[in-house]
Design a protein around this ligand. Structure first.
Ligand code: FE2
Length: 328
C-alpha cells in the first residue's frame, strides 16, 4: 500500500518548490509519484514529520530509491569512513559530532540585510553549489534529513531555482552561456578561488579526480526545461577555469562572468530558505538547483543530518560515458 499525501506549493517566500504532507506514517507504505511532484515543483520538496526515519534509517534508503535507479554507496566513494552510517552505508553523515567532526561553514556570517532578512545573494553569501558537479555524469537528486538540527535562524539550507534564473537572464547573456562549459573541481585540490588567490600550489590531480567540464545550461531530462548549472568559489577550477575557452583565473574575464551569473542565480526572488525541524526531509534536484549552508555555533550546538545521493538520469549529453571518478 502507498501512503497518500497533500502537496502545497510553492514553498514559502518563493515561486518554486513544494511541501508534501504525508497522511500516514512512511512505514505504512512509500508515497508514490514523488519524482513527478519534484519535477513539477522545479526541484525542491520539503517533507516534514518523518521522525520515524531517525529510528529506522532504512526508510530513508527506501524513499531515496523512489527517486532513481541508483543510490550511492558511500563505502566506495568517501575516504572518511567515519562519515558513513554504520548500518545503511548509502547514508552520508553531515555532522559536527564525533566521529564525523565536520565543522559548520566559517564565520563571519554576512550581516542581515537592511530590512532584517538573511543575506542569500552571492557574493555576500558563499558556498553555493550543486552536489558532486566535479563528476561526470553528475548525480541527479539529493535527500537531506534532519536527525538533530540546530536552533532555528541558523544552520539553514538555502536553495536557488536554476530554471527561473535561466529564464530571467537577458537575451545577450543567454547567447553567451548557451554553449559555454564550466570547469568544476573537487574541493581540496588547491584549485578553488580562495586557494589560487592565496598563492597555494595546486595538488596533482589523479585521473579520477580531474576537473570536469559541465554545460553552463543543462536541459532537464524529465521536464525538458533549461536551467543554469554552476558553482562558485569552492567547486570551480580557478586555475584553468572557471569557464572553458575564456580567460582563466580569479581576475580573468571568466571570473567576471561567473560573478555576474552567480549574483543573478541567487537573487532573493529565486531563493528558498529552509529552517530545519527534527524529522524534516528536503529533496532537491541537482540538475536544476544550487544550494548553500549557513553558519551555526559548532562549539555549543550539535547537529546530525543524513544525506543520500541518487544518480542514473543525467540526460542524453552523458549517454554511455564512463564514470570520471572511478579509477581505471
Ligand atoms: Fe551539498
Amino acid at each position: 500500500m502507498s501512503t497518500a499525501y497533500d502537496v502545497i506549493k510553492p514553498l514559502h517566500g518563493t515561486a518554486f518548490g513544494a511541501a508534501v504532507r504525508l497522511r500516514a506514517p512512511l512505514s505504512q507504505g512509500l508515497p508514490k509519484d514523488l519524482p513527478a511532484v519534484l519535477a513539477e515543483a522545479g526541484g525542491v520538496l520539503v517533507i516534514p514529520g518523518l521522525g520515524e526515519i531517525a529510528a529506522k534509517p532504512e526508510l530513508l534508503l527506501a524513499l531515496s530509491r523512489e527517486f532513481g535507479p541508483e543510490v550511492e554507496d558511500y563505502r566506495y566513494t568517501l575516504t572518511q569512513r567515519s562519515s558513513v552510517h554504520t548500518t545503511v552505508p548509502e547514508i552520508f553523515l553531515v555532522s559536527n559530532m564525533a566521529p564525523v567532526n565536520r565543522a559548520p561553514p566559517k564565520r563571519p556570517e554576512p550581516p542581515l540585510t537592511a530590512d532584517g532578512r538573511l543575506p542569500v545573494q552571492y557574493p555576500h553569501r558563499r558556498g553555493w553549489h550543486s552536489d558532486q558537479s566535479y563528476r561526470r555524469p553528475p548525480p541527479d537528486i539529493s535527500l537531506f534529513y534532519a536527525v538533530t538540527p540546530v536552533a532555528r535562524e541558523r544552520g539553514q539550507t538555502l536553495f536557488a531555482d536554476g530554471t527561473a534564473a535561466y529564464s530571467a537572464l537577458p537575451a545577450t547573456l543567454k547567447d553567451k552561456v548557451d554553449r559555454l562549459e564550466g570547469l568544476h573541481c573537487q574541493p581540496g585540490m588547491g584549485r578553488s578561488r580562495e586557494a589560487v588567490l592565496s598563492g597555494q600550489v595546486p595538488a596533482e590531480q589523479p585521473p579520477h579526480a580531474r576537473s570536469q567540464r559541465q554545460p553552463v545550461v543543462r536541459r532537464h531530462p524529465v521536464t525538458g526545461k533549461p536551467a543554469l548549472y554552476l558553482c562558485e568559489w569552492g567547486q570551480m577550477d580557478w586555475v584553468d577555469g572557471p569557464f572553458v575557452g575564456m580567460e582563466p583565473g580569479p581576475h580573468g574575464r571568466g571570473a567576471a562572468l561567473l560573478d555576474e551569473l552567480m549574483a543573478h542565480y541567487t537573487r532573493p526572488e529565486f531563493v528558498y530558505v529552509h529552517e530545519w525541524t527534527a524529522g524534516d526531509l528536503v529533496v532537491w534536484d541537482n540538475r536544476c538547483t544550487v544550494h548553500a549552508a549557513t553558519w551555526y555555533d559548532g562549539d555549543n550546538e550539535q547537529r546530525m543530518m543524513w544525506r543520500t545521493t541518487v544518480r542514473g538520469n543525467p540526460g542524453p549529453l552523458y549517454a554511455g560515458e564512463k564514470r570520471s571518478w572511478v579509477p581505471a
